[in-house]
Ligand binder design. Structure first.
Ligand code: AVI
Length: 322
C-alpha cells in the first residue's frame, strides 16, 4: 500500500466568487462548492447518517451489493479516479473488488484537505492498493490523473453520491462531456444519481429536524467570516429548503431575517440585505431513471447498466466512453 497526496494548487478564488455572487442584481448566491471546508465536510458526513437523508446510504447499499458485478463490467487493467471522494467509506466495496482482480491505483480528487486525509486513512488498509490523492478541483485533478495513465491501462472514474445533481441539468451534461474529453474510448464512468421523489420527502431531507443541514448551510457564512474577515451575524440568517418544480430540484437558501448591512473586507465589498431576501447556496437536481440514458449519450457515453435502490430512489449508472 502506498499513500501520498499532492497538495492544493488552489485554482479558484474564494474572495472574488463571494464578491461576484453577493453583488448580483437579482438573486444573491454563493457557489455550493464552498460549503465543503473542513467544518462543512464534517457536517456533510453527519448529514449522511440522518434518518431523513437516505441518499448516501442508498449509494452505499448499491455499491456494496453490486461491487463485484460493476467491477466485472469495467474494462481492465484499470486505474480508478474518484471525483469528490469525501471520506471514501462507500468506495471501499468497489476498491476491494478491484483489488481482488488486480493491484489497483486509486486517485481521489478532492478540494477538501480534511476529506482527503480521512479518505486516505479509511482506505489504506486495503490489500494491493496504492492511493495518491489530489487536492484539486475535479477536472484539474482528472487531467493530472490521466497524465499518470500507463500504456494499455483504462481509467474508471467514480462520480458518486449524486454530486452531478448540484449542477443544473445543462451544466451537468457539459461537465460530463468535459470528463469524456479527458477519457479514451472504453474508459468508464460510474455515476450516482438521486432520483425524483415527493416534495415533502425532499423538504425533510434538506431541512432536517436536528438542524444539521441548517448548520451545514450557515457554515458557509461562518467560513466567509473566518477566511475573508466578514461580519455576518449568523443568527440574523435562517436556513430554508425550497422545491423548484420546474427545475426538478430542491434548493437551499439563507434568508436574511432583517434589513442588514454586512462588510466583507477581504472581498472588498459591503452588501446590503433586505428582510426576507435570500442567498441561494445550493440546488440538488433529481433525475428520472430514463433521462440518464439521454444525458449520458449527449455527453459522449452510453449507459451500459443501471442499478436502482429499492428503499430510496437512487441509481448507480455505469457509463462507457464511446
Ligand atoms: C453532495 N450533494 C450531492 C448533497 C446533495 O444532496 O445535494 C449535498 C447536500 N446538501 C444538503 N444536504 C446534502
Amino acid at each position: 500500500m502506498l499513500v501520498h497526496s499532492i497538495p492544493t494548487n488552489a485554482g479558484y478564488d474564494f474572495a472574488s466568487d463571494v464578491r461576484a455572487g453577493l453583488t448580483r442584481p437579482d438573486q444573491k448566491e454563493l457557489p455550493s462548492k464552498y460549503l465543503y471546508d473542513d467544518v462543512g465536510s464534517a457536517l456533510f458526513e453527519v448529514i449522511s447518517h440522518l434518518p431523513e437523508y437516505g441518499l448516501t446510504r442508498a449509494d452505499e447499499r448499491l455499491l456494496r451489493r453490486h461491487a463485484k458485478e460493476i467491477v466485472e463490467r469495467v474494462p481492465g487493467p484499470v486505474a480508478v479516479a474518484e471525483l469528490g471522494s469525501g471520506s471514501g467509506k462507500k468506495t471501499r466495496w468497489l476498491l476491494e473488488a478491484f483489488c481482488r482482480r488486480q493491484r489497483t491505483s486509486y486517485y481521489p480528487v478532492e478540494i477538501s484537505h480534511a476529506a482527503l486525509v480521512m479518505c486516505e486513512r479509511e482506505l489504506s488498509d486495503i490489500d494491493a492498493i496504492s492511493i495518491v490523492g489530489f487536492e484539486r478541483e475535479y477536472l484539474d485533478g482528472l487531467l493530472e490523473v490521466a497524465a499518470y495513465r500507463k500504456p494499455g491501462q483504462h481509467l474508471c472514474v467514480l462520480f458518486l453520491g449524486s454530486t452531478i445533481g448540484n449542477f443544473d441539468r445543462a451544466a451537468g451534461v457539459d461537465f460530463l462531456a468535459e470528463v469524456r474529453s479527458i477519457l479514451q474510448p472504453d474508459d468508464s464512468l460510474l455515476l450516482g444519481t438521486d432520483l425524483e421523489k415527493s416534495g415533502s420527502q425532499l423538504l425533510q431531507a434538506y431541512d432536517d429536524e436536528l438542524g444539521v443541514t441548517a448548520a451545514f448551510n450557515l457554515n458557509l457564512l461562518a467560513r466567509v467570516n473566518r477566511e475573508l474577515a466578514a461580519d455576518f451575524a449568523l443568527d440574523h440568517f435562517e436556513h430554508t429548503a425550497r422545491i423548484n418544480s420546474e427545475a426538478r430540484s430542491v434548493e437551499m437558501h439563507l434568508v436574511s431575517k432583517r434589513h442588514q448591512v454586512v462588510s466583507i473586507p477581504m472581498a472588498e465589498v459591503v452588501v446590503e440585505f433586505q428582510e426576507g431576501e435570500t442567498i441561494w447556496t445550493e440546488s440538488s437536481h433529481k433525475y428520472s431513471s430514463d433521462e440518464i440514458f439521454d444525458t449520458a449519450r449527449k455527453a459522449g457515453f452510453r449507459c451500459e447498466v443501471q442499478w436502482i435502490d429499492e428503499q430510496w430512489p437512487f441509481a448507480e449508472n455505469l457509463l462507457i466512453a464511446e
